[in-house]
Design a binder for this molecule. Structure first.
Ligand code: PMV
Length: 308
């Protein structure tokens, strides 16, 4: 029997712009998924069929790497589903970690590569930011060319991403889920269409790239106030690109006076926002009063790991 766990993630800067080759910064958080695996006479997850839609990441992870017989699996998650916190990547990576360990092949590069392939199969479209962050933990800077701290590169068709280790100090954050569901694909397409016809939009995308690098430096220097201001600027630019939502702005306004800065996180169009704060409990209360579901999270340096 093997148990493996992997963390959820948050994009702090650069979503959408990363699709155009600009940098993005994400972090692993202290909410984890754990997957326990043991041999059995039939495949099952949490006592249910592997064919259930909610287990499609587990099923594809098995299809991707497993060469043995039937398995009984137990998946436990403290990462909320569909809240911009990378729950599907954490399920995928913890499952792959357990399976690869059972075959004597546990290593981060193999796990991140297989994880990206599983997300592509299930979602049809994905950048490797979620799966790499869940594999490695800590901060991950994604860029279209290599620089120091390179962990690995991953490609799909003509696109190539270079994933860098970007360790950050401890951060206290509150995520607010608006409850408004929005799909990533159409939002990415909307920004693509806007960028094709508007030079202003293309400049805004480049500006997000510059903000990401400034935000990374501010966080590494421990300048939380500056990092917060940069998050606010990043959010305004995302609104201009058409991926905001009134429900996000409502939650962000509710954080005023209690946070250094806040922005949408992930694809937007609803989904979640994140605020940088040192008063997480109070801020979570404000988000709840404003109609959102809050999750208090911290930066976590730990990626995928085997549990004893
Ligand atoms: O929805 P999430 O948290 O996986 O983030 C999507 C981030 C985008 O930049 C909008 C798309 C991408 O694949 O990078």
């Amino acid at each position: 029997m093997v148990t493996c766990s992997a963390p959820g993630k948050l994009i702090l800067f650069g979503e959408h712009a990363v699709v155009f080759g600009e940098p993005a910064l994400s972090i692993a958080v202290d909410l984890r998924v754990s997957t326990r695996v043991e041999g059995s006479d039939a495949f099952a997850v949490n006592g249910q069929s592997l064919d259930r839609r909610k287990y499609r990441y587990v099923k594809n992870a098995i299809g991707e790497v497993w060469r043995g017989g039937p398995l009984e699996m137990r998946v436990d998650s403290s990462v909320p589903v569909a809240a911009g916190l990378g729950s599907s990547a954490a399920v995928t990576i913890s499952t792959l970690g357990a399976l690869l360990h059972m075959q004597g092949e546990f290593n981060p590069v193999a796990i991140a590569q297989s994880g990206f392939r599983v997300e592509l199969k299930v979602q049809g479209n994905a950048s490797p930011i979620d799966t790499t962050t869940s594999t490695h933990g800590g901060g991950i800077l994604v860029e279209r060319s290599p620089r120091s701290g390179l962990l690995w590169s991953l490609s799909r068709d003509e696109k190539k991403w270079f994933l860098h280790d970007c360790p950050l100090p401890d951060l206290s954050l509150v995520v607010g889920d608006t409850g408004v569901k929005a799909e990533t694909g159409p939002l990415v397409l909307g920004v693509k269409k806007l960028a094709a016809k508007s030079e202003t939009a293309r400049d805004q995308i480049k500006e997000i790239g510059r903000i990401t690098l400034k935000g990374k430096a501010a966080l590494q220097d421990g300048d939380i106030s500056l990092a917060g201001e940069l998050m606010n600027e990043n959010h305004k630019l995302l609104n201009s690109l058409g991926v905001g939502h009134p429900a996000l702005d409502k939650l962000i306004s509710a954080c005023e006076g209690l946070s250094y800065g806040a922005k949408l996180t992930g694809a937007g169009g609803g989904g979640s926002m994140v605020a940088l704060t040192d008063e997480p409990e109070e801020l979570a209360g404000r988000i709840r009063e404003a109609g959102g579901e809050p999750f208090i999270v911290r930066y976590s340096p730990e990626g995928v790991r085997l549990e004893v």
